[in-house]
Write a new protein. Structure first.
Ligand code: MG
Length: 375
């Protein structure tokens, strides 16, 4: 029996409420007080453990209650008792057993890969095809309704060597967005700037506002209008000469195929919480690249465990060239859940070398922040 022939015997869940440092506003909604994530721990016959995180946002992907139920009620019976060697078969069954709930499937894929890597003694990136980069440029989002607090954050980011910021727009009024872009250009000229509306604009107002913002020459402008507005996305793309990125419009491989066919974007934000796993995120990136589109490593309101899974995916996916936004563990949560700090050095995420995901959650912290925990 190879080590991967052993069965999965343990399946434990934590539902966490993690305190955050400030409110953050986006075109589709506000985060305040805390964010909620679900942690999955798989255990194999020899006692090895693998971890995954589901990081839903109710206005974007789904609810934490849905992620918990998908894992606890619908996916658990498909996983416990299965051989670890049959990972692709387990994920195929999971895809058919539950519609949507992509965050739950991402947590399962991550935990299976972590467990396989732990047992095999190799990093998750090695299981995904091998490494193409060992550092990933970090972007931090600017989304505080109190812009003075964001100015203090940008000063800290500059001191830390972070060179990329993403300004969240479309949650108050256009004058507020223009004022902040002007202030960033004058006081922080060294930052590379991206703009993300998170669907915040109505179709009737989007053309004038996006053209206006494009004059600031950001790296890209992301998802100005609501996810289903493919036609308006295509018209906006044609009207501006900076790249337009799709985020909420593109979850999985089917969406990026349609997005490319209908010409709605120049690039796509790829998130394992949208694609439903690391391998499916790689597929989105490859379909994008085959259609001449770029790709960016986005995230949800995540803790360090989900950041790690995304890091391994980007490390093994040459097509994701625009960096990542795994900033929450370092700059937004009051306390992360990993035993060791999520690795950020000089404004770059450092790809871990250790087996599996390369770091593990602190069980005491999981229990401390748990609204629900294993018996
Ligand atoms: Mg976005």
């Amino acid at each position: 029996m190879s080590n991967l022939d052993q069965r999965i015997t343990g399946f434990d869940l934590w539902h966490l409420a993690l305190p955050v440092r400030s409110a953050r506003d986006h075109g589709i909604g506000r985060v305040e007080g805390h964010c909620e994530v679900i942690i999955l721990r798989l255990t194999s016959e020899d006692g090895t453990q693998g971890f995954g995180e589901a990081s839903p946002w109710s206005v974007f992907t789904g609810t934490p209650e849905a992620s918990y139920a998908a894992l606890d009620r619908y996916l658990r019976p498909l996983v416990v008792g299965q051989r670890l060697a049959d990972r692709a078969g387990i994920m195929g069954q999971a895809a058919r057993a539950v519609a949507h709930c992509t965050e739950a499937k991402a947590a399962l894929d991550s935990a299976l890969l972590d467990l396989t890597g732990q047992i095999s003694g190799v990093p998750v990136w090695a299981l995904l095809g091998g490494r193409c980069r060992d550092r990933i440029p970090l972007s931090c989002s600017i989304a505080n309704p109190d812009f003075d607090q964001d100015i203090a954050l940008m000063e800290r980011l500059r001191d830390d060597g972070v060179g990329v910021i993403k300004l969240k727009t479309g949650f108050r009024d256009h004058a507020f967005d223009v004022m902040r872009l002007e202030r960033i250009a004058s006081d922080f000229p060294d930052f590379r700037v991206r703009v993300d509306y998170n669907q915040g604009l109505e179709v009737g107002e989007a053309m004038d506002r996006v053209r206006d913002v494009a004059q600031f020459r950001p790296d890209f402008i992301e998802q100005p209008v609501r996810a289903p507005e493919f036609g308006m996305m295509a018209r906006l793309r044609d009207a501006i000469d900076v790249p337009l990125l799709a985020d909420e419009s593109v979850f999985g491989p089917e969406d990026i195929t349609r997005a490319a066919r209908e010409g709605i974007c120049d690039g796509v934000s790829i998130k394992i919480m949208k694609s439903g796993g690391l391998g499916r995120g790689q597929i989105v990136a490859r379909i994008a690249a085959a259609n001449g589109l770029t790709a960016y490593g986005g995230d949800m309101f995540e803790a360090g465990l989900a950041h790690l899974a995304g890091t391994h995916m980007i490390a093994a996916t040459p097509e994701i060239t625009l960096g990542c936004e795994f900033y929450q563990a370092s700059y937004y949560l009051r306390e992360d859940i990993l035993q060791t700090p999520f690795p950020v050095v000089d404004g770059h995420v450092v790809v871990p070398d250790g087996a599996g995901l390369g770091a593990v959650p602190d069980i005491d912290k999981l229990n401390h922040y748990a609204a629900r925990r294993p018996e």
